[in-house]
Design a protein around this ligand. Structure first.
Ligand code: TXA
Ligand code: MG
Length: 315
């Protein structure tokens, strides 16, 4: 079992000794190690059982710190970082040599993000290296949004979980990169497309459905609970899958089933995002064969939630 606590010094000493620590962020918990040290980075891939073709995000305390790790910072990247950091936005930029190839899976870009969580920012500020951190879950499974989620799955493999409470946003960061000068969103996440478009105008969204190493590791099947998820209108699905052997995930509506999770009774997509991964975990534990789920409105974080539900259903 890992220790769960709020001791930043302990977390600092562990990562300085090439060990891994689970860290809180506003999106999901990360499995963090020294991003400049290949031995620490290799441990991340091992503990997560993550294929080495899937690159890691590097976490920095500020835009100023990020400049040490990139070759060139386009004006638009500076603008985005000034506007949205700390926050749920990862920016892909040409990397400097100091970032090991293992971190980026051999790509010449590195994903940089300044997370918005006081404990983790304090930790980052106390270090003279950035932290590589994927979501702290076994590869392919639902991301953790509480220390207990991390404990349940990785508790035997790491020593310490820095407890920052439940994640405020609840889904992973939005990933943006550049094709020439044109910004492209590769993963929808905690910063909505609408919010980005308010700064950049209409933006290209290019989500990948295969394990193309040139693109974010957006495997078609991902973010998945172990049980089969079936998407559709709940009324229709209940005709095919009797209520006694299925569980139900809805946005707002109550079907008065004991095996049901409602993401947001008030109909808030932000609240639904906060609850999504914990809900998938509890649905996975229910006494039912399948999870029947409906999509949310395609607006704000609803789009990012739907993307995850579709991937979770693509098993
Ligand atoms: O919110 C988040 O981003 C969380 C927290 C812990 O910061 N992290 C996270 O990491 O979701 P992970 O490893 O689960 O997902 C990172 C995604 C992967 O799909 C990876 O392929 C993509 O980012 N990625 C990282 N670096 C990349 C690069 N240089 N080019 C393309 N995709 C990259
Ligand atoms: Mg992940």
């Amino acid at each position: 079992m890992a220790e769960i606590g709020k001791d930043i010094n302990k977390a600092r000493q562990l990562v300085q000794a090439e060990e891994l620590v689970a860290i809180p962020t506003e999106t999901v918990y990360g499995l963090a190690g020294n991003a400049l040290n290949s031995r620490a980075v290799l441990k991340i891939f091992k503990v997560k059982e993550r294929p080495e073709f899937d690159p890691l995000i590097v976490h920095v305390p500020s835009l100023f710190a990020a400049e040490r790790y990139v070759d060139h910072l386009p004006d638009v990247a500076v603008m985005l970082a000034q506007k949205f950091w700390p926050g749920p936005l990862t920016i892909l930029l040409k990397k400097k040599h100091i970032i090991p190839d293992l971190v980026t899976s051999g790509l010449d870009t590195v994903g940089l993000r300044c997370p918005d969580h006081p404990l983790t920012r304090e930790l980052l500020e106390a270090l003279d290296f950035p932290l590589a951190a994927p979501s702290a879950n076994p590869f392919g499974y639902v991301s953790p949004t509480t220390p207990q989620h991390v404990q349940d799955q990785l508790g035997e493999k790491i020593e310490y979980i820095l407890d920052g409470g439940p994640a405020r946003v609840g889904i992973e960061s939005t990933i943006i990169g550049f094709e020439g000068k044109e910004p492209v969103v590769y993963r929808m996440g905690g910063l909505s497309i609408e919010t980005l478009e308010a700064q950049l105008g209409k933006i290209k969204v290019q989500l990948h459905s295969s394990s193309n190493p040139k693109a974010p590791g957006q495997l078609k099947s991902h973010y998945a609970p172990r049980k089969k998820i079936i998407l559709g209108k709940i009324e229709d699905l209940l005709q095919k899958y009797p209520a006694h052997c299925s569980s139900i995930l809805t946005f707002q509506k109550d079907y008065h089933s004991p095996n049901q999770v409602i993401l947001s009774r008030s109909g808030s997509v932000d609240e639904a995002a906060q609850n999504l991964f914990a809900s998938l975990r509890s649905l996975d534990k229910m006494d039912a064969d399948v999870i029947l789920a409906e999509l949310l409105p395609e607006e704000g974080l609803g789009r990012a939630i739907n993307d995850r539900l579709r991937r979770a259903a693509a098993k």
